[in-house]
Write a protein that binds this ligand. Sequence first.
Ligand code: GLC
Length: 828
Amino acid sequence: MKYGYFDNKKNEYVIDRIDVPVSWTNYIGVKDMCGVFNHTAGGYLFYKSPEYHRITRFRPNGVPMDRPGHYVYVRDNETKDYWTLSWQPVGKSLDDAKYICRHGLSYIKYQCEYKGIKGEQKLFIPLDDAVEVWDVTLKNESGKKRSLSVFSYVEFSFHHITTDNQNFQMSLYSSGSSYKDGIIEIDLFYEPDGFQYFTSNETDDGNAAFDCLRDSFIGQYRTESNPLAVESGQCSGSFELGGNHCGALRRTIELNPGEEKRLVFLLGEGNREAGKKAREKYCSNNFSKTDAAFTELADFWKEKLSKLQIETPHEGMNAMINTWTLYQAEINVIFSRFASFIEVGGRTGLGYRDTSQDAMMVPHSNPEKSRARLVELLKGLTAAGYGLHLFSPEWFEKQTKPAFKSPTVVPMPSKSERIHGIEDVCADDALWLIPAIAEYIRETGDFNFAEEKYPYADTFDSDGAEESVFDHMKRILDFSAREVGPHGICKGLRADWNDCLNLGGGESAMVSFLHHWALVHFCALGRKLGKDVSEYEKMAAIVKASCEKELWNGSWYTRGFTSAGRAIGSPDCKEGRVFMESNTWAVLSGAVSKERGIAAMDAVDKFLYTPFGLKLCDPAFSQPDDDVGFVTRVYKGLKENAAIFSHPNPWAWAAEAMLGRGDRAIKFYDALCPYNQNDLIEVRKAEPYMYCQFITGPDHSAFGRANHPFMTGSAGWAYFAATRFILGIRPDFDCLVIDPCIPASWPSFKVRRVWRDAVYNITVENPNGVSKGVKECKLNGKPVVCKDPAASAAAVTAAGAAVAAAGAAAEVPEQARGSENEVRVIMG
Ligand code: GLC
């Protein structure tokens, strides 16, 4: 069953059957003001922080689902019939009304045709202003004159999520509203700058034209589906100091047959004066600034997408990589994991591992944000070399003025509360930062970054205790070298990447493999910078030897050991016999032999493959076992307990690509690919344009259902693995490596890649139907070196390459900034 289609020309996903089974969401805003909304305009808006400064309210996990929202009601004044431009909340019968939602890049269009009136509500936030623009058009296609009342509606929040959800004896009396000059002003009294405005291009005065009080607009014993004001055609002019506030403006318009009118509503950060300025800016000159702001937003995304565009025989991969997967990865870098309908905004900090991985994925399209995130993470590292699992970057900013504390806002935690001890360390967290830094430098050529100095989380307030980025990296590697168990494998500590595998003093294969991977990146960078890294090369050799000796179980790679020394993820286990993490990372880390890598990945295919992607482990756990961890207390087929956890799936694509098995890589890619499930929504339920955190596994009755869209590291990894490993285009410190691993049936593909301000138009031809190996490469007609990656600089790129497979890779040297280059690659 299908509910929409990909409009690749416009970079939109078009939902043309609006009654989708769950909310299909999108994000607007890329800087300070942001919002998350579903296909029927339900959702919320915030400024900088959804925890401390949410502008509009959201009632999470409720019924009706995902309310309230940012709604436009239309009322026919003759018939008294009314509807909304988004299908909900009025929810007209779909036999009478036609609804479409177009999710675009940082904008949403809600379109509706009902009783001869064609309407559209477009939501977006200009790049440089903290204002949400609702660009509304209404066209009369009915052949007779129509008199319509248009009502906007939003429900305001008390800013702080806690204030908004508990203890109303304070919050109910802390905000006030007023209406003047066609502008509603909301004032959070206890915050000096706590103002919002809501206004529109047309001023309609009199009490019937506005309501600032939610309960007056909605009416008693009613909901957003049948507000009293809309039903009666009149607002009541309500406002008050204290209470629950809304932004409801009524505008009455007459439309002749064929006539179209445009209304612009503005919901902004700031007081009435700011509202006047915004109205002047966005509503004068026939809305020229509104149009310009929308074009700027489109250009902003066009520019990002233009850094890497692909043309392969795989239609789904083209659509996902060229638009949606990059978009999702970018949204993750911007919003981390703190604003969605699942993570509803009560936790705004950065998760160390998630953020490190996010920052690694988009250095080509968002170098500034990637760098800023890396710096935040460097400051969130302790001098002992572990990362703070969840932290707020503000903790480690030198305050220029004291943070304002409202009576209800939780105060800044003391230093001892901020810096957690070893008992809360996730053993993988900081290791991810090392490749992320290396990838950032490979992409940008910003080698000086390695020498920049930053404090540690526990030294930032003591003067002079700063060290270089390179030294931070050493501390991370040293920490992992110290924290090993009896087998010489890194301890699992509170958890590793798998939050639910809690091995404590037991050992984690994944962490040792990550340690090796990080060492490969670090040594490559160090050598490039002319540093002595011999100590770390030795460390890598020790890690590699321990991994091969202790983790290979004769069939695949063991996942770890409990603190009592019992193996997990090995053939003797009844439950949790095979795990994704240890087998994929064995290959990715570059620490194991090719033969064993192949056996390990064959086990992944044999035991973990499903038509919807690879399961995290098999068989699922059914018996609680606290030596293994929380995973044994999760229902079978859900989350980490043998669901198809999306994030590690691309690890398997990359591992297969490193092994030279392009058909297998695409088989795995296809199983998870949301695009491929566009017409299987009765099973998938969630958005087909987004990767989801996990797909319910075969042990569960809802096998195939996708859960938790948008906010997941799967997008970044899908992008990274598909572009750098399957298509094989990856920057190194001074060359662009071309090392594809594709299905043998692909005759050719093209990639346009911008790297360090030069364009590379790459055409890869595959006349002999191979999966891997570059026979010949020409740059602007001249031959380019092709080497076996294991013996070349490419050995130390993203993968490490002890297992580097069949065939050579091309190394295209860096070209002048501003140049446009033709690269022709022949595989064979
Ligand atoms: C969630 C967490 C991530 C973790 C994963 C597996 O996605 O955000 O940090 O690695 O679950 O447990």
